[in-house]
Design a protein around this ligand. Structure first.
Ligand code: AVJ
Length: 395
């Protein structure tokens, strides 16, 4: 938005927003005439276009010049790609993977409203050590991490705002006095919560929420802006063997020379500890995994019956990953009302809903070298259950 002082008096009280993000000299104005003003007639709304000089606030400096035109303000300090339809892809993803052998689902479908709430609950479970352990590592080492990554901007992939991020932002302000913070998230609600929290706790921080998928978000960041990319929570554990190299190839390509990546990764460990973390005694994880079928039923008007399935998970040592399945208790004829498509979900057949890979930090460091990401430092906890790895983009 242009600053108030630059708006001519006759336009005050009118809702202004920039149109054509690439041609900043025009602002579209909308005005609703309230009934009294309209003198008894029905309220009308009209819009007109006025020239307006672009101000700093209209073009956040985080975007690369060639990408700027694609982004528009969804609301104050939250940006989205012009015309992007974040809902267009899920339907196709669900259908194609459900028709695979074995049937499976991409993990991001788990996070509808209820799924996000259930995941929050998981983070507090006694068996789910990941969140607590990573948080402790960051609390202990935030000072060192920020000292080693002299940046002006922190871009966080997913999880817009958490206790963990607070440690980094606090140190960034302490050591540098100011900073840009740009969380990337497909959840607008998450970005709003993040904006509110940053506003009240860190008013010195310049906030730019990017409402986008990870790759669209980080690819838009200006390579000349020294940036620390933060990807926590072992979310990389969800990536399968084709997602993984694609993700690091695009992330590395989006990083400027001298940019940093902070990566949280859960480690290979005792099988009992791992299996308990994904099969808690209260059944929250089971509810989280099976909830995806309620979400799918809503999206695609399907008929998955929750009382006709159960949760099953195991650690697969060869693939070093937890596999989380839904198993049919009895045969179900699955149909989708809007689409001419149906399949038989056989009794005892498993649908792979989520994988959670476990890592060897040294191997991960060796591997990321091939993406021009050089290992800078490795932070871990006393039990060595979780690793937070700092990398620097080379060349
Ligand atoms: C958010 C992908 C890191 O794999 O530990 C937790 C998701 N699924 N319990 C994980 C999850 C079941 C979580 N990640």
């Amino acid at each position: 938005m242009p600053s108030k002082s630059r708006i001519p008096a006759r336009l005050r009280g009118i809702h202004l927003y920039p149109i054509f993000a690439g041609e900043p000299n025009w602002i579209q104005c909308e005005r609703s005439i309230i009934p009294e003003e309209a003198n008894g007639s029905i309220p009308v709304r009209f819009s007109f276009i006025v020239p307006q000089a672009m101000t700093q606030e209209n073009t956040p400096t985080i975007f690369a010049a060639e990408k700027r035109a694609h982004w528009r303000a969804l609301e104050p300090e939250i940006w989205s790609i012009q015309g992007a339809d974040l809902d267009a892809v899920p339907t196709q993803s669900i259908l194609t993977t459900l028709w695979d052998q074995p049937r499976w689902l991409e993990a991001y479908h788990l996070y509808d409203q209820r799924g996000s709430e259930l995941f929050e609950q998981i983070c507090g479970l006694p068996e789910y050590y990941l969140t607590r352990t990573e948080n402790a590592i960051l609390e202990t080492h935030a000072r060192d991490i920020i000292a080693r990554a002299p940046v002006r901007c922190i871009v966080e992939l997913g999880a817009g705002y958490s206790k963990k991020t607070v440690h980094l932002l606090t140190e960034q302000l302490r050591q540098r006095g100011s900073s840009i913070f740009a969380p990337i998230d497909v959840s607008a609600a998450g970005l709003r919560a993040s904006r509110a929290a940053v506003r009240s706790a860190f008013p010195e921080i310049q906030f730019h929420g990017l409402h986008a998928r990870y790759e669209e978000g980080f690819s838009a960041i200006d390579k000349n802006l020294p940036t620390l990319f933060v990807f926590l929570g072992s979310t990389i554990g969800n990536f399968n063997h084709s997602d993984f190299p694609r993700f690091f190839r695009t992330l590395s390509a989006a990083m400027g020379p001298g940019d940093f990546l902070l990566l949280g990764a859960d480690r290979v460990k005792d099988v009992k500890v791992l299996e308990d973390a994904y099969n808690d005694s209260r059944g929250v994880t089971a509810e989280f995994i099976l909830n995806v079928f309620d979400h799918i039923n809503r999206l695609l008007h399907g008929n998955f019956a929750r009382d006709n399935m159960r949760y099953y998970s195991r650690y697969n040592p060869e693939w070093q990953r937890i596999e989380m399945y839904a198993v049919a208790r009895a045969r179900q004829d699955i149909r989708f009302a809007d689409i001419d498509a149906a399949f038989q979900w056989q009794k005892d057949e498993k649908i792979l809903v989520e994988i959670s890979r476990k890592f060897d930090p040294l191997r991960l460091q060796e591997q990321l070298r091939f993406f021009d990401l050089g290992a800078v430092e490795h932070f871990t906890d006393p039990r060595e259950w979780f690793s937070v790895l700092l990398f620097k983009k080379e060349s």
